[in-house]
Write a protein that binds this ligand. Structure first.
Ligand SMILES: Cc1cc2nc3c(=O)[nH]c(=O)nc-3n(C[C@H](O)[C@H](O)[C@H](O)COP(=O)(O)O)c2cc1C
Length: 182
């Protein structure tokens, strides 16, 4: 079984990015399990808090998920031509290796995708994430591009992916990334 953790960079209940990852879990091929994770419960990074209490529970849980996964997919919204602060905050927390802890992203295959309501489809947000992926020591996967533009037209009101073309592109994306992680 190939295990993939799919992290959404949006906290919104009706998030198109979270919906995209849920759809990814549905179209994943046999033998590939996609665990959708969100960033809820992660406080703002504060070195004093870290000194006092160590890693917050939500960070610890996400780090454990990533550590046990064969690969990670990040679906990022685009905010002002970059990726959201909540996502950077989570990645910053997850990069913290208190003594004896592992660098969970080191050598980990990571794929990027994203959905936005505009016509650009998170191109700039995904590009803005690249220096962070390098800093974390990931193995970025560039095998396919998946930009979901005009997201409101791609999903129904319950968050189901209804754009069939996008669904088959998503299936190819997951399959090829899962193959890459092997
Ligand atoms: C602060 C803010 C800035 C945004 N900036 C952009 C942008 O630069 N480009 C874009 O395509 N969409 C932008 N949007 C629209 C988002 O793509 C849209 O809100 C999207 O639905 C967010 O992802 P989510 O549905 O997963 O929460 C922005 C939204 C917010 C809240």
């Amino acid at each position: 079984m190939t295990r993939i953790v799919a992290i959404s960079g949006s906290l919104r209940k009706g998030s198109f990015n979270t919906a995209l990852l849920r759809a990814a879990a549905q179209v994943a091929p046999e033998g590939v399990h996609v665990d959708v994770a969100t960033l809820h419960g992660i406080p703002l990074y504060d070195g004093d808090l870290e000194d006092r209490e160590g890693l917050p529970k939500a960070v610890r849980q996400l780090k454990d998920l990533v550590n046990g996964a064969d690969g990670v997919i990040i679906a990022t919204p685009e905010y002002n031509h970059s990726f959201p602060g909540v996502l950077k905050n989570a990645l910053d927390w997850m990069s913290r290796p208190p003594t004896g802890d592992v660098r969970v992203f080191s050598g980990k295959p990571v794929a990027l995708t994203g959905a936005s309501t505009g016509p650009v489809g998170t191109r700039m947000a995904q590009a803005a994430l690249l220096p962070t992926l390098r800093a974390l020591g990931t193995i970025p996967w560039f095998g396919r591009l998946l930009f979901v533009s005009n997201a409101a037209d791609c999903f129904d009101e319950s968050g189901n992916l209804i754009d069939e073309k996008m669904k088959s592109r998503l299936a190819e994306f997951i399959k090829d990334f899962a193959d890459f992680t092997k």
